[in-house]
Design a protein around this ligand. Structure first.
Ligand code: ADP
Ligand code: ASP
Ligand code: MG
Length: 448
């Protein structure tokens, strides 16, 4: 059999009956699509996260009825919604029980069990819709194959186990039927439900495409492709027809919400071309992400990542000494803190903390880590910062590439700059309230 296509649909593509119908059409248009990975219906994960954070009884009730209403309204539009209603009701009961547990004592483990219900719900409905449209489609519980570690809220996939489980349990099913399953969620070796972090469905789809040896991965969302920057921030941003893996993974890593940061890693490992398009307007085409692109412009795109935490460490002991950074990183590693950007001077180091988990918000420096670092040096922690990244090609090898950037931003205060380690990006920190304006000005100067 020729390699299959894995198609992923995000929250807005399965928001309601109409959106789901357009997505079903997209699936039907490509006979090689055998595995369909979907997110929770738009807005559902946010409601579940609120419940998971623990709310009072009245708010709990309001959120539960909102959740019921979102799913019931799609069931009403199905011809045989009743055939999956008992599954939906059972899951809504689980949500109610878990919400009570969370209200008494919220925990990362309960959060994952609760937020996973969004995808468990939406897949029942979408599989039923595909069947009603005449497709031989079945729903599959992805937790049976998506094995992760137990870092709830940002679980790490266990690639070997996933491949083995996918090949033995999922691949044979995909030969017989179109399979609809959940993005975002997995299970640890103890059988607990885990999640891959917010926006993780893209990553799930890529991991599954890799494990099933897919020929193509399609990411269907609400914009017709990857744009030069988020079109919600710069309305003149335009779609990119073709982009290389390295450029697109820099974009994803630096916050372009269109792709979860890790999405392209499995695709790159297995050289699987990725298509990004709009389920609402598939005829508009989209972006192909491949090993190499025909063009490699100096400036390709701008990305923005909000909710940054910057930690600055000052120590006179650093002056001409060795071993200081090793000490710092030993403490960070002990507390499982992942560092994103780093710049150093003779007596200080500034670093930013890596992405957050399912609970959202800015990453926190754990109190115990702060205490240990404070024994070593003076520590300053700042939030309300955003990271702006300019992605391109050969930037640090091209005269004047950075000049255009700094000239455009002469009225802004730039907090921290990283440039040179990769020829694909120049990134810097600005205050959160200036971030959008900075993106708009740079987009106008470099792309319009
Ligand atoms: P989904 O629910 O389908 O996963 P997301 O909301 O996670 O969709 O991602 C799509 C959104 O990403 C777009 O609506 C757009 O606002 C945002 N976005 C950010 N950067 C870009 C970019 N460079 N190109 C296109 N969209 C972007
Ligand atoms: N539903 C999850 C979220 O909202 C995962 C995803 O959409 O990719 O984060
Ligand atoms: Mg997304």
């Amino acid at each position: 059999m020729s390699p299959i296509t894995v198609a992923k649909f995000g929250g807005t593509s399965v928001a309601d009956f109409q959106a789901m119908s357009l997505s079903a059409q997209v699936v039907e248009n490509n006979p090689s699509t055998r595995l369909v990975i979907i997110s929770a219906c738009s807005g559902v994960t946010n409601l579940l996260v609120e419940l998971a954070n623990g709310v009072d009884a009245a708010r709990q009730q309001a959120l539960l009825s909102q959740l019921q209403q979102i799913h019931y309204s799609i069931l009403d539009d199905l011809q045989q919604g009743d055939s999956v209603k008992s599954d939906i009701d059972a899951l809504l009961d689980d949500v109610a029980t878990l919400a009570k547990t969370a209200a008494m004592a919220s925990s990362v483990q309960t959060t994952d069990a609760l937020v996973a219900c969004g995808e468990l719900l939406s897949t029942h409905i979408f599989a039923q819709l595909l069947r009603e449209r005449g497709n031989n489609a079945a729903r599959f519980d992805i937790r049976d194959v998506m094995r992760t570690d137990d870092q709830f809220g940002r679980a790490q996939p266990q690639l070997e186990a996933i491949r083995e489980l996918v090949q033995s349990q999922l691949a044979p099913l995909c030969q017989q039927q179109m399979i609809v399953s959940q993005g975002f969620i997995g299970r640890d070796a103890q059988g607990n439900t885990t999640t891959l972090g917010r926006g993780g469905s893209d990553y799930s789809a890529a991991l599954l495409a890799e494990a099933i040896d897919a020929g193509t991965l399609e990411i269907w969302t609400d914009v017709p492709g990857i744009y030069t920057t988020d079109p919600r921030i710069a309305p003149k941003a335009g779609p990119i027809a073709e982009i290389s893996f390295s450029e697109a993974s820099e974009m994803a890593n630096f916050g372009a919400k269109i792709l979860h940061p890790s999405t392209l890693i499995p695709a790159i490992r297995q050289q699987i071309p990725v298509f990004v398009g709009s389920s609402k307007a598939p005829e508009q085409g989209g972006t192909w992400v491949r090993k190499s692109a025909d063009s490699s412009p100096l400036f390709r795109a701008l990305a923005l990542r909000n909710n940054q935490t910057m930690v600055t460490l000052h120590s006179l002991n650093m002056f001409h000494a060795y071993g200081f950074l090793a000490e710092v990183f030993k403490i960070l590693a002990k507390h499982r803190i992942s560092v994103d950007l780093i710049t150093t001077s003779e007596v200080s180091v500034a670093l930013t903390l890596d992405k957050t988990d399912t609970s959202g918000g800015a990453p926190q420096l754990p109190a115990a880590a702060l205490e240990e670092l404070s024994e070593l040096c003076r520590v300053e922690v700042e939030q309300n910062l955003s990271l702006v990244a300019l992605i391109g090609n050969q930037m640090s090898h091209t005269k004047g590439a950075s000049k255009a950037v700094f000239e455009t931003l002469e009225d802004h205060n730039i907090r921290m700059i990283c440039y040179g380690a990769s020829t694909h990006n120049l990134c810097f920190m600005v205050s959160a309230d200036e971030a959008k304006e900075v993106i708009q000005k740079l987009h106008e100067a470099l792309f319009e």
